[in-house]
Design a protein. Sequence first.
Length: 423
Amino acid sequence: MSSELSYVHPTANSPWGTYLSQVDRVMPYLGPLARWSETLKRPKRALIVDVPIEMDNGTIAHFEGFRVQHNMSRGPGKGGVRFHPDVTLEEVMALSAWMTVKCAAVNLPYGGAKGGIRVDPKKLTLTELEKITRRYTSEIGVIIGPQQDIPAPDVNTNAQIMAWMMDTYSMNTGTTATGVVTGKPIHLGGSLGRVKATGRGVFVTGREAAHRLGLELEGARVAVQGFGNVGAIAAELFAEAGAKVVAVQDFSGTVYSDRGLDVAQLVAHAKGAGVAGFAGGERIADEDFWGIEVDILIPAALEGQITAERAHRITARLVLEGANGPTVSQADDILAERGILVVPDVICNAGGVTVSYFEWVQDFSSFFWTEDEINQRLDRIMVGALEHIWDTADRHKITLRTATFAVACERILTARQERGLYP
Ligand SMILES: NC(=O)C1=CN([C@@H]2O[C@H](COP(=O)(O)OP(=O)(O)OC[C@H]3O[C@@H](n4cnc5c(N)ncnc54)[C@H](OP(=O)(O)O)[C@@H]3O)[C@@H](O)[C@H]2O)C=CC1
Ligand SMILES: O=C(O)CCC(=O)C(=O)O
């Protein structure tokens, strides 16, 4: 049957359109499992909720909230919650599907899910932010749970928001459900290492890929788009390894220094105000970011940033996708033709969900690991997964993205087949 869904209208470069074309590319490598492939092209469950709150000025405001469970063949749904003015059902669907692929790529016992609220959190007071979080959690409470679907932080959400989500769910169910969300504060069953885990995973996969390319990290020139949880931590780790972070872009603008930016100082400066106005670098036009001479480019902001036009201008040898869905499919082809290696989101940024898995396991066993143990396990999982994907790419002569999809979709569809259809 056709995979066209009546409730979304993806275009070639929209997130769901990009995801669908990535699925199409993996079909030739699925063998008899391709029979089940339609399951990848439609979410299992999509919930749209109204989130009304009383604003500080006494008015009542309504926001659109979503939670999409793309696939749960391999385990409970897993994936972050995004607060952003551009959130749509279609975007959340794509993000949930990439979670399914990502969790399977690193072999975590999870399916994929994602949530979001269409809101600009920068325009909310702290009280309003807490209200919107709690009401959203109550509304999606019918489908989330420690064994059902476990949210976590994504763009514009953090440990405090996870604490409110955990408390709201717990109050509604008469429990102390630490396992209902991950990325929580340490005192509420959070895991050491989770805050830095996604950026660390980007660094680990980047280190391994650079090694295979014969690219030295010492002195390598790095550009980072997005200077939040993922981009700033990845920048810090590359700088610690001796790389020069020459350009950083966030929503406020782009800063550049040929000698390398002082990442620690930039992090301190960017808190609240963004990177623009940083005295340790010069301000350049945002569009110039894509043509800067670099060895490594790290998109760590939003989807659809590497367009076909920008792909022609990128000078990097290595692109590390910290963000989800930063590269549209046409750009992917251009980068491949130009010999630029892309470590795709579905493995590159899997460090976050991997440590979320550790957090969930620790919550259930009520026994907590040291940060060193967590980082070592994370390193082992990421390196092992990338090695398997790399071998698959070499064997079939395909990109790392299609290879990651091949490894992951085989696991997902085998689980689907073994479970069978009910009834
Ligand atoms: N947090 C996590 O554990 C994981 C996150 N990801 C993905 O990583 C990406 C970033 O997430 P995360 O770091 O958590 O989010 P944050 O909210 O912490 O940071 C997002 C960053 O992107 C910047 N940004 C937003 N819009 C633009 C734009 N149009 N141009 C340039 N920069 C922009 C923001 O700038 P400003 O601050 O000025 O608004 C901010 O620096 C997302 O794609 C997310 O899905 C993937 C795996 C896990
Ligand atoms: O930590 C998690 O569970 C999910 C993180 C996430 O949203 C992502 O990997 O995109």
